[in-house]
Structure formats: C-alpha cells, structure tokens
Write a protein that binds this ligand. Sequence first.
Ligand SMILES: NC(=O)c1ccc[n+]([C@@H]2O[C@H](COP(=O)([O-])OP(=O)(O)OC[C@H]3O[C@@H](n4cnc5c(N)ncnc54)[C@H](O)[C@@H]3O)[C@@H](O)[C@H]2O)c1
Length: 374
Amino acid sequence: MRIAITGGMGFIGQALARNLLRGGHDVLLIDNLSPQIHGDIPRATTPEGASLRRLDIKEIVDDHTLIDGCDAVYHLAAETGTAQSMYRIRHYVSVNELGTGALLEALAKCERRPAKLVLASSRSVYGEGAYIDPREPARIIQPTSRTPEQLAAGNWELLATDGHPLQPVATPENLSFAPGSVYAATKAAQELLIRSAAPALGITPVVLRFQNVFGEGQSLQNPYTGIISIFFNRARQGLPIALFEDGLESRDFVHIDDIVGGLVASLFADVPDEEAINLGAGEPTTVAQLAEALVEASGHAVQTNVTGEYRVGDIRHCYADIDRARRYLGYSPQVSLADGLARFCAWAESQPAFEDRSERAMAELRERKLASAG
Ligand SMILES: NC(=O)c1ccc[n+]([C@@H]2O[C@H](COP(=O)([O-])OP(=O)(O)OC[C@H]3O[C@@H](n4cnc5c(N)ncnc54)[C@H](O)[C@@H]3O)[C@@H](O)[C@H]2O)c1
C-alpha cells in the first residue's frame, strides 16, 4: 500500500513509518521539520526507504497531488504542548485546525482518494476525564476543569459539589468533549472536521485517542511537552526533578511500540467509523512514581522535589479504558512502564545532551499568569 504520514518526522510518525516500511509499504512523510521539535538545524534522518516532503501541512492544498493515489493517510502533524497552547493560541489553532482543514481540502481535490484517514487525537479531549462518587459508584461523572482559584489554593483533587472526594476511573470513549486547554480544543476540532468531511469524500475516518506516549525517539529538545524527556534531561545533568502539585497527579504512560501496534492495526481492522478508540496502557501512574522509576532506570541519582507549583490547563488524573481497542484492534499493551523506561533511558543516553529549557518554559508560563508564581 502507498501510505502518507503527516508529521511523519515526529516521534510517533517515525516509529510508525519504520513499522510500515518493514511491512513492505510505500511510505511518504510530509513534515515541515518544525524547529521547536527538530532544532534549528534538523538532525532527524528519514527512515530508510521512506520519502520525505518538507512542507507545512497548511500549504498542502497546492500540493494535493502528493497524496493523490495514496491508499491511506495518517494525520499526525500538530503542535502538541498543552501549556504552550494557552498563549500561542493562534498558532495552535492554525497548525492543528487549519492544517487539518487544508489536508481535507487537498483530499477533496484528489482523483483517487485513500480508503482511510487515521487521526492521532488525544485523551485531552476528555478534560478531567471520568470519575465516580464512591457513594454512587455506578454513575460516571465528568467533572469540569479545576479553576485557577482552586489550583492557587492547592485543592488538587476533584470534588463532588458537596466537597466529597471523587475517585478517578478508566476514561471510556463515550464521554463528551470537555477540553481544558487550547491544545485539547484543537484536537477535538480535528476530530469534528475529519468526521464531518471524510465520509462525504468517501473516506473512512478513524479517530485514535492517545494517552501519554513515550519511548525511544521522542524529542529531547522540546521543553513544552514530554514529561519523560524533561525529567531525563534534568537527571542527566544532575539537576533535581520538580514535581508539580503534590506529585500525586497521574497519567497513563504508554510505550511507542504499543501505539504503533494500534495505529497499524487500525489500517486493516474493520473499525466502526463513528466511534473513537482510546490507546493507552490502561493503567494510571503518579508523576512521583514515574520520576522515581525514571531516576532508577537512568542511573542518575538526582533528587525529586514536590514543589506545589501548577500549570493552568493541566488535568489531575487520567487513564484509558482500552476495551474498545482490544475489541476492534486486537490491541493489548505489551511493554511495561519499567521495560519502556529502561529502553528509553538506554536510547536517550546515546543521544547528544541538550540544554534543559524546562525552567525557561515554566518562566514563560509564569509571566503570562498560566502557572503558579513559583
Ligand atoms: N506523544 C504523545 O504523547 C501524544 C499524545 C496524544 C496525541 N498525540 C498526537 O500524536 C501526533 C504526533 O505526536 P508526536 O508525539 O509524534 O509529536 P512530535 O512533535 O514528535 O511530531 C509532530 C510532527 O509534526 C510536524 N509538524 C508540526 N507542525 C507542522 C506543520 N505545520 N506542517 C507539517 N508538519 C508539522 C513536526 O515537525 C513533527 O515532526 C500529534 O497529532 C499529537 O497531537 C501525541
């Protein structure tokens, strides 16, 4: 098959491309090699056998012949920093929404369109995600985002209206959109755009919502996203690791190999096109547990400090309900967090050391009152 991947030079795109190439597919990568991810002088090498077209996704309408005749398109090109999206709003809307619009318009101009368009969406569309009130456990609740006042008061956990603590549960796909950041809103908009335009173009849309993807090949230079890279860079330089809030916020960390497995399966599986599918490990890990495991796996014995700082737009807890992925894609996560971190650290250690820019990124947020004063 001939397969195009937008954002194909990114972390997930590269791993996906290598897998598809091994499967004998013809792979085209479309990517503008964004300096925030690739540096001012991009170092990333195109996977052997793939072709690369350096192009801003927003400009693809004029180059629609690139994707004419493709059997499938994966749409991964995006800006991905949750906190950064809260002030570079126009840019995030432009790349993520206009970029998706341009891709769809390019597809509309094609003579032979792909059968499937697979979107890399995000768990962020659920906002705070799914909770229960332990007093009424059968009912799923989707709390609204924590307010800046709540965060300033250090009230980290989600509470029922009468102040009773709520308990996070695995997030199913049938929750409503409740984006708590501009990034999340643009991912929800991408889903809506693809769902509204693709069927009319005779293309089956497949929407996959990833949790926190990590592993070998992820950007070590982007200080705006990628908690594992940020922690690793600091540990490597002997710097302490700062844990926001009380360190007990949790995420679902899923290894890149499992995500690629789900992405490839979605190409061949019969997926009901009106249903999004979560891809994650299906288990929560607190940020404090992650930091401890990373310090151990990296061999760099640095301190981890709970700072009580916070960022507006961050959610408290999340992990995916992966039943639908199991059912439709035969998905079953294979890489444990410990094994994945060991593999990531071995790879990251072999890479050039990059300056830690996470403090500067945090200062940018503070200046804009999007993070605690510190
Ligand atoms: N990594 C995660 O944890 C995660 C979680 C949820 C969803 N996702 C989604 O998966 C997709 C891929 O994420 P990733 O982690 O590989 O990110 P990444 O930043 O490593 O890769 C994104 C790629 O898109 C390219 N790009 C950015 N702007 C572009 C533009 N205007 N035109 C063309 N290319 C452009 C970048 O150069 C980069 O190569 C994104 O859509 C992201 O929203 C990722």
